[in-house]
Design a protein around this ligand. Structure first.
Ligand SMILES: [Zn+2]
Length: 290
């Protein structure tokens, strides 16, 4: 991924740039790729959860194809890429949790503290179901949005669902938080897997709810994924929970792929996932300039 990001900015210096927004627990760089030269900003992120690393491929494919279509003045499903990316900037954070993804893909030897991850994993060397960061904290339960009442918290480091000792205790979540506050994103899309559903609601009401629901329906129409019905008491702690609450802008948590259980999405699903999601970045950017 890092090699591809660096190649992409070399090929497209006119619209693409790369910055490091922080470091993971084990010291890996956390990258944000900016694509576009316009004022209106949209954030797209992936792989908060380790085993959901196919989402990194989805957003990297977006960046790659949008950049190419910009250069060739092309369109994707009717979206004129140049005219959109001259008025907007898409920010991709393609892998929020590189330590966790490395653990799933490469095993315990990828971690600085091998003994610790094996212990958290109950002694098993099979990390395919791991969602957390390398310290066993679920990064999508770290954000300050009704954090104190998050449901089903195991109370100690775990392969999934542990919300951590305090809000933003983990450097990966803190990096996302700080990066978001430095910008004024009009929309956020967080890619997760699996289940072909979209979360969009977190306590918003009135005109904000109407606005966000209208956009959610467009994302649903493109992807074919179902919108999760608003709950009176959602769990909280997720990036988009906080984004919706704090930035007061629409945030979507998009769960790609048919449901596959507690494991990475098999690569065989990639081409259908891509067709369902290819224009989502352009669509969200375009909505900010309509
Ligand atoms: Zn997830």
């Amino acid at each position: 991924m890092v090699k591809d990001l660096k190649e992409l900015i070399q090929w497209h210096p006119d619209i693409a740039s790369l910055e490091t927004i922080g470091k993971s627990v084990d010291g890996r760089d956390l990258y944000a790729l900016k694509l576009g030269t316009g004022k209106e900003e949209v954030l797209i992120n992936a792989s908060h959860h380790a085993r959901e690393h196919i989402t990194t491929n989805v957003v990297m494919e977006m960046a790659d194809q949008y950049a190419h279509l910009y250069k060739t003045n092309g369109k994707m499903n009717g979206y004129a890429v140049q005219s959109i990316l001259k008025k907007t900037s898409l920010y991709f954070v393609p892998m929020v949790n590189p330590d966790g993804v490395s653990l799933v893909q490469l095993g315990a030897n990828s971690a600085k503290n091998k003994a610790s991850v094996l212990k958290i994993n109950g002694g098993s060397a099979n990390f395919s179901a791991w969602k957390a960061n390398v310290r066993g904290v679920d990064l999508n339960r770290q954000y300050p949005a009704t954090w104190s009442t998050i449901c089903c918290n195991p109370g100690k480091p775990s392969s999934q669902n542990y919300k951590g000792p305090k809000v933003l205790s983990e450097p990966e979540a803190k990096a996302m938080y700080d990066f978001t506050l430095k910008h004024s994103f009009k929309t956020s899309a967080s890619y997760h897997s699996s289940g072909q559903i979209i979360f969009w609601h977190f306590h918003q009401s009135g005109s904000r709810k109407t606005r966000d629901y209208a956009l959610a329906k467009k994302v649903s129409a493109k992807t074919g994924y179902s919108l999760v019905a608003p709950r009176s008491n959602p769990s909280g702690g997720g990036f988009n929970d906080w984004f919706i609450q704090n930035e007061k802008k629409p945030g979507f948590t998009i769960e790609v792929s048919p449901y596959v259980g507690n494991r990475p999405v098999p690569l065989v699903y990639f081409s259908s996932i891509w067709k369902q999601n290819n224009t989502i970045g352009l669509m969200l950017a375009n909505e900010t300039i309509k």
